[in-house]
Design a protein around this ligand. Structure first.
Ligand code: ADP
Ligand code: MG
Length: 278
């Protein structure tokens, strides 16, 4: 198995940062939409009990069960927990408020950190065969629900808000990723850091961007997401900003981010193949 081996690009990504309000959900929704627009079959798993990704994709509150809560606990099939969206190629597994209870309920279960990974791989579910890309929108914590995501994914995308103390708390996330990699999921790595809500007119924003690039180097996406009012308006219409106002600066940035994501993923897959054939 050398020259013939097909590249196996990473497929399942957690969008994680234990800080709230940094752009996790916005990035999950718009990256998912942009990838679906170029023909990827995409599943977005809403793993935050607040259900913002479900709202942002127009899933009504009374249509969120069975969803990620039931799927995580093994109470439902993948098919029954997923909804189609208005966007071709894009499905969502919605989150209901019940998911808040999972943090406690998981404690007493066997393989409590592996529940999501097990469910995605279960015969009959076989998520990797059904989707090209699966994005998991994580809650703002490093609890058991986020741990389940980190065990189930190939890699992590970290949105960082370009503000004072942006790097604060990132140590905790990095340590968690390292611990999970050592003990539970050897392939886990950070695939990229996305700077969000950037305001290049502000000296502070520029300084934060320079700090983050200094700290993470090549891991930081070249594309940054500007602060843009259309991004904030879109969720109340139940639409990704890319659909709500395709021409605004926020949409353009997320479309560029998606193309950079695709390029990076292809490069990672090719690197893996050439390593395997060495
Ligand atoms: P998280 O999922 O990390 O909590 P969200 O994606 O929900 O963060 O974003 C927090 C809030 O900021 C939301 O109201 C969202 O609409 C808004 N927001 C996110 N990104 C931007 C941006 N680039 N410009 C303006 N508002 C944004
Ligand atoms: Mg969120």
């Amino acid at each position: 198995s050398s020259s013939e081996s097909q590249p196996t690009p990473p497929k399942i990504f957690a969008i994680a940062n234990q800080k709230g309000g940094v752009g996790k959900t916005t990035t999950a929704i718009n990256l998912a939409t942009a990838l679906a627009a170029v023909g990827d079959r995409v599943l977005l798993i809403d793993l935050d009990p607040q259900g913002n990704a479900s709202t942002g994709l127009g899933v009504a509150r009374n249509n969120r069960s069975p969803g990620s809560y039931e799927f995580l606990l093994g109470l439902t099939s993948l098919t029954d927990s997923v909804r189609t969206t208005q966007i071709p190629n894009l499905s969502v597994m919605p989150a209901s408020v019940q998911l808040a209870g999972a943090e406690i309920e998981l404690i007493d279960l066997e393989r409590r950190e592996h529940r999501l990974a097990d469910a995605l791989a279960a015969p009959g579910n076989d998520a990797r065969a059904r989707w090209d890309t699966i994005l998991i929108d994580c809650p703002p914590s490093l609890g058991l629900v986020t741990l389940n995501a980190l065990v189930a994914v190939d890699a992590v995308l970290v949105p960082l808000q370009a503000e004072f103390l942006a790097l604060e708390g990132i140590g905790a996330l990095s340590n968690t990723v390292d611990r999970v990699k050592k003990k539970l999921n050897p392939k886990l790595h950070i695939a990229g850091v996305v700077l969000t809500m950037v305001d290049r007119r502000m000296t502070l924003s520029q300084q934060v961007e320079a700090d983050v690039r200094g700290h993470f180097g090549e891991l930081v996406f070249g594309t940054t997401i500007p602060r843009n009012v259309r991004i904030a308006e879109a969720p109340s219409h139940g639409l990704p900003v890319i659909i709500y106002d395709n021409a605004c600066a926020g949409s353009q940035a997320y479309i560029l981010l998606a193309s950079e994501f695709i390029r990076r993923r292809r490069n990672a897959a090719e690197a893996a193949v050439s390593q395997a054939s060495d």
